[in-house]
Design a protein around this ligand. Structure first.
Ligand code: EAX
Length: 353
């Protein structure tokens, strides 16, 4: 109840201090006129607004670039949602951290301050600890193995655990296998990481893994990465190729090592109140559009990497293939820290057997 009161108070304060977004009413969201939740000033040049005529609008935020694989999936969902709802519903897409970093956006969706977000699993264990199992190194050998787990019993049960946060976890989309970049030297074995400050997400399992490999894990929000790289606060960072290329990280990082250390999903979330405000017909259209867009986004993500690697090589980036067995052996020690990392051992066993 306190959360709901806070959310309403926050919405009133924001509504009084900002101009509401134009364009039709948005989904009712627990007493807040959601179109007051994100002021016009939040609409940057990168915002991708849905059809003007749609009456039910969902603001969806992501930290990633408009050209990247997250936003391409959201654009597909925007189009499908308008088609399946006969133009009644749409998405207004806010890339490049316009609505805040991943942790902020997840909190705001939970408090119905914004309707939706598409975020990596990075910050989620801070709210639902069982998600941490997905951030273990070399947990999945392939995207297909990841999809089977994420779309199956384990993934479904994890998404359900978002409900107490006021969030309907719609589905797992793809961020991809995470590679490491730096601007100093080629990284071939874990020994090459020694003494390097590597930006990680604010995720204990990722931090423990990079520290175990000999680096100094330096957690920060994605929006801070370019300043940190330019100021030398960190020597490198780690992300899937699609992020490294679409965010143009390769322009300030000469070396990319294809270590595939983590398979990184991302999660499409909608505030429970915004979803519950829909009719059954609207829910069906929303769920069908999200499901179709998930398949499209995963396929787009896998196809994107090949071209992206060539773009980076053409720009003079050294892309290094490594002996992953050496990396997997070195990272395996993190599994022995499962207890201290608060990992659900039953889930670890389920996913590693
Ligand atoms: O979700 O923070 C990160 O490194 C994430 O991969 C990025 O925000 C996309």
């Amino acid at each position: 109840m306190r959360k709901k009161m806070f959310a309403i108070l926050l919405g009133v304060v924001m509504a009084l201090s900002t101009t509401a977004c134009g364009g039709g009413s948005t989904a009712d969201s627990s007493g807040i006129a959601a179109d007051a939740a994100v002021p016009d000033s939040a609409e940057g040049e990168d915002t991708l607004m849905g059809s003007d005529s749609a009456k039910v609008r969902f603001k969806v935020g992501t930290t990633t670039a408009p050209e990247g694989h997250y936003v391409k999936g959201l654009i597909e969902m925007q189009s499908l949602l308008e088609e399946y709802s006969d133009g009644e519903m749409t998405l207004d897409i806010y890339p490049n951290s316009q609505l805040g970093n991943e942790r902020d956006m997840m909190e705001n969706v939970g408090m119905s301050v914004q309707e939706m977000c598409l975020i990596s699993t990075g910050p989620i264990p801070n709210f639902v600890s069982d998600f941490a199992v997905l951030d273990l190194p070399y947990l999945f050998e392939s995207e297909d193995e990841a999809y089977a787990a994420l779309d199956g019993e384990v993934g479904t049960s994890l998404l359900k655990q978002l409900e107490p946060q006021g969030i309907y976890g719609v589905g797992f989309w793809e961020n991809g296998f995470r590679q490491v970049t730096n601007d100093k030297k080629e990284i071939v074995t874990p020994d090459d990481l020694k003494g390097m400050k590597i930006r990680t997400m604010e995720n204990n399992v990722h931090m423990a893994t990079y520290n175990t490999l000999g680096a100094t894990a330096t957690p920060m929000a994605w929006s801070e990465i370019f300043t940190a790289l330019q100021q030398g606060t960190v020597d490198g960072q780690e992300n899937p190729i699609a992020i490294i290329e679409s965010a143009k990280v390769y322009e300030v990082q000469k070396y990319v090592s294809m270590i595939d250390l983590f398979y990184s999903p991302c999660v499409l979330m909608i505030s429970q109140s915004a979803y519950d405000s829909l009719t059954d017909t609207q829910k069906e259209a929303f769920d069908n559009a999200a499901e179709k867009a998930k398949d499209y986004q995963r396929e787009y993500s896998r196809g994107y990497s090949e071209d992206a690697i060539q773009t980076m090589k053409d720009a003079g980036v050294t892309v290094t293939e490594v002996d992953k067995a050496v990396w997997e052996e070195a990272a395996s020690a993190v599994y022995e820290q499962a207890g201290s990392l608060g990992l659900n051992q039953e889930l670890v066993d389920k996913l590693t057997k």
